[in-house]
Design a protein. Structure first.
Length: 221
């Protein structure tokens, strides 16, 4: 028996996909925002801190980067509440997990960017009497951000796609919406074709926006 495509049932429940896409974007924005703060603070600490500080940050980065994200999601959602007797909902748990995951990758991005700041710029800041803090704020960070824009663009798009893993703990984002429709209509091909297109279009739109920002603020401009 052949499989006949029928998208009518998918369109009847399209609100679940649309709402899931909006939630996926919200999860990505929150996690990226928190992850940027984590990555930036730890990168600065790594560059300016002592051996123990660098070792601790390096351990965090290596552990997070070498453990699958889905395992981290399970550990934070199911394991941590039992270990330390705290309670939070699935959405909060996933945002916290993805933020820590993003932070580990962004530490390396920002650390590399700080290391790539030309020494001449820093020396120029010293020459005009800027304090170390002023050099960081007005010289090193702006230059570092412009250097790291290409890497940040790729990381942000990747993190948006990673929001699909939230479906394993029943966060009603886009992939979870697709699973719900598939379970209730048995139209697996149709729903995942549509969801694939939604991820593709959204991811490409995000990338185009970030590339425009990259061209606007690139070092070569």
């Amino acid at each position: 028996m052949g499989y006949a495509l029928n998208f009518n049932l998918i369109w009847r429940h399209f609100d679940r996909l649309w709402g899931g896409l909006i939630l996926s974007l919200e999860l990505a924005v929150l996690a990226i925002g928190i992850g940027v703060v984590i990555g930036l603070v730890l990168a600065i600490a790594h560059v300016s801190g002592g051996r123990l500080t660098r070792a601790a940050i390096g351990a965090y980065v290596e552990v997070i980067r070498n453990v699958p994200l889905i395992l981290l999601v399970y550990l934070v959602f199911y394991g941590l509440p039992q270990a330390v007797d705290i309670a939070y909902d699935a959405t909060t748990s996933f945002v916290a997990t993805l933020s820590l995951y993003a932070g580990a990758y962004l530490v390396e991005v920002f650390r590399s960017g700080l290391a790539a700041v030309p020494a001449g710029l820093i020396d120029a800041g010293k020459a005009i009497g800027l304090t170390p803090w002023q050099r960081l704020i007005h010289v090193r960070l702006p230059t570092m951000l412009r250097i790291t824009l290409p890497a940040l663009s790729n990381t942000f798009v990747s993190l948006f796609k990673d929001t699909s893993i939230a479906s394993v703990i029943a966060v009603p984002e886009l992939t979870y919406g697709a699973q719900w429709i598939n379970t209730n209509t048995f139209r697996i091909v149709e729903v995942y074709l549509i969801v694939t297109g939604m991820y593709l279009v959204t991811g490409y739109a995000i990338l185009l926006g970030l590339r425009a920002i990259e061209r606007r603020f690139s070092i070569g401009r």
